[in-house]
Design a protein around this ligand. Structure first.
Ligand SMILES: C[S@@+](CC[C@H](N)C(=O)[O-])C[C@H]1O[C@@H](n2cnc3c(N)ncnc32)[C@H](O)[C@@H]1O
Length: 261
């Protein structure tokens, strides 16, 4: 049985290698990310913490808004790229689960884009949400995205799109690594009522990532003291969490810290 420590260590080991810095050296935002930033300009203009900033794709925009911006990144190479891109941000090489040094009620917003919290197991995820509730001011916001359990996951031998020759060529190039990683990792996959741990296609199927449906995510946020305000598809369409939306591989959430811890 895979335990929480081993799952997050497995994923952290993959990220620490710093193999994908160039993949995240991008400035493009998804429609959902643009909407979340626009709608939460006010809390984002205060003290902001970013979880797993990568090479600073979103950090660059947060730095334009925030009065104080700190980012916690587990990969030294990603952290270095992020510092180069956004010199005004304080970028620490640190596990995002290590928030003990941050004072309670000291931040107006926490941001974790591109499914960063999905590297954690269920217990770790719940503990992180409780910690984020502790460090946010009452009324502070948590903006994040997560893999959508109701969207069917692809296996390494399934092409993303038969009609797209460029995507097809990429899938063929990555097929061998994908199948090898999947063979090694699929025994760690788990299904529970509220979430799954699955060998996701990201980076040639090299990680086991958490996926959750919108209704279960809403319950989890409520248990941690947040109120879900908005749930969006990648295209920025609002979705009803109860409707089990399956058309978007990721869902983007805005939740508000309902009360002091
Ligand atoms: C999918 S990338 C997203 C990067 C960025 N947020 C973006 O949207 O472009 C996830 C990032 O989180 C970092 N990461 C993974 N696990 C982490 C952890 N436990 N603590 C801090 N950062 C972590 C990875 O190194 C990587 O840079």
């Amino acid at each position: 049985m895979i335990d929480a420590f081993r799952l997050s260590e497995l994923n952290a080991g993959v990220w620490r290698r710093g193999d994908w810095v160039s993949v995240y050296e991008d400035r493009r935002l998804s429609p959902a990310e643009i909407l979340l930033l626009l709608r939460h300009r006010e809390p984002l203009s205060g003290r902001v913490l970013e979880l797993g900033p990568g090479a600073g794709r979103v950090t660059a925009y947060l730095a334009e808004l925030a009065s104080e911006l700190t980012a916690l990144e587990i990969s030294p190479d990603m952290a270095e790229a992020c510092r180069r891109r956004v010199p005004s941000a304080t970028v620490e090489v640190r596990d995002m689960q290590d928030l003990g040094g941050i004072a309670g009620g000291s931040l107006e917003a926490v941001v974790g884009t591109c499914n960063v919290i999905d590297v954690l197991d269920d217990g770790e995820r719940r503990a992180l949400l409780a910690e984020l509730h502790r460090i946010l001011v009452p009324g502070g916001v948590l903006l994040f995205s997560s893999h959508n359990r109701d969207h069917r996951a692809r296996r390494p031998w399934e092409p993303r799109d038969w009609r797209n020759p460029k995507a097809l060529a990429g899938d063929v190039v990555r097929l061998r690594d994908g199948v090898r990683n999947h063979r090694r990792l699929h025994r760690f996959e788990r299904d529970s009522d509220d979430y799954t741990l699955r060998n996701d296609e990201a980076h040639s199927f090299s990680m086991i990532l958490y996926a959750i449906g919108a209704a279960a995510q809403q319950r989890q946020l409520t248990e941690a003291g947040f109120t879900l305000e908005l749930c969006l598809t990648d295209d920025g369409e609002p979705v009803d969490p109860g409707g089990a939306p399956d058309r978007s591989p990721y869902l983007h959430y805005a939740a508000r810290c309902s009360s002091a811890s």
